[in-house]
Ligand binder design. Structure first.
Ligand code: SF4
Length: 312
């Protein structure tokens, strides 16, 4: 198989068959510091392009071999939305996918092109990356192609989030000393308050990066997560450098913590000591805390919180 890989089990997206739209070389309009691919000059268009039919032929074979696939993920050695026949490819996939979902993982930069914007509207799920919103930080971390206009990227992302009817996820990846400052997080929060999405994943580097940089620890991600508006659907997606130093939480502290930032079971296991976990279970039994599933992930949330208006 040249284009299809997997299935891979993703906790966030389910069992997925990947389609690599640039299988032979990196073709990307960014050259991110944290990219798991080798550094490469940025491009504004693919030079090596395969036909949609060639790709769909392979997909058809893989779907027969892996009927339990839940998601068909468009990705690339590089940026999948630069693939020039995206619209045609999505239409062909729709004809054979049955009840499976389509998903793209994109760096968001081509959303300002009407063609890409329209193509992405046709997908069941979209994951948009947004690492920074100030020009100097964006330029430093994502090293974009010179034609990319950050303000257009941000305004297109906000418009898309309001128009899109499918499941939208945002991902912010933090690099130590680059986009983890109070000021950048404050600016990011301001933009994200305008975005309508199902989940915002905060992550850091989990694989060897292209350039010599460092990720941040789970504890730092946890602290950053509290700097965002508590109404945003924030999820800590990385478990880097978890130092297990669980603390004691009273009932009141549990409720207050979950009120500010709903936590997953994995978060609870890292942060809470055994007595606090028992207290949490009691709060669940007494219906003071509820489990709310947001796009495949269970979050603990105070029941009182459900009655307050939350940003979608
Ligand atoms: S957008 Fe993705 S593929 Fe492109 S450089 Fe960044 S991490 Fe690598």
């Amino acid at each position: 198989m040249k284009f299809i890989f997997g299935p891979v089990a993703s906790r966030r997206f389910g069992t997925s068959l990947g389609i690599d739209l640039s299988p032979n070389s990196k073709q990307c309009n960014f050259d991110c510091l944290y990219c798991e691919l080798a550094p490469a000059p940025t491009v504004s268009a693919y030079t090596k392009v395969y036909s949609p039919q060639e790709i769909v032929n392979e997909l058809e074979i893989s779907l027969k071999a892996h009927p339990n696939t839940e998601v068909i993920t468009l990705t690339a050695n590089g940026e999948p939305s630069l693939y020039p026949h995206l619209n045609e490819l999505i239409k062909k996939i729709d004809l054979i996918k049955g009840t499976k979902q389509t998903l793209i993982l994109t760096n968001s930069a081509t959303l300002s092109s009407t063609n890409t914007y329209q193509s992405l509207l046709a997908l069941n799920q979209v994951k948009l990356s947004l690492d920074a919103v100030s020009l100097d930080v964006f330029t430093k971390i994502d090293r974009p192609h010179k034609d990319i206009d950050l303000s257009k990227l941000i305004s297109s992302l906000i418009s898309f989030s309001k128009e899109y009817k499918g499941r939208l996820f945002i991902e912010v990846l933090f690099v130590k000393g680059i986009n983890d400052t109070n000021e950048e997080v404050k600016q990011l929060n301001k933009v994200l308050e305008e975005v309508q999405c199902e989940r915002i994943d905060l992550g850091t580097i989990d694989r060897p990066p292209a350039y010599s940089i460092e990720g941040i620890s789970y504890q730092e991600l946890f602290e950053i997560s509290h700097k965002f508006n508590p109404g945003l659907p924030i999820h800590i997606a990385s478990r880097k450098d978890v130092k297990s130093k669980p603390s004691n939480y009273t009932n009141e502290e549990i409720i207050n913590t979950l009120d500010k930032r709903p936590l997953t079971m994995l978060d609870v296991e890292i942060l809470f000591n055994m007595d606090s976990i028992k207290r949490l279970y009691r709060l669940i039994k007494d219906k003071n805390v509820l489990i709310k599933t947001i796009s495949n992930i269970d979050f603990y949330i105070p029941s009182s919180n459900l009655y307050r208006k939350r940003i979608k």
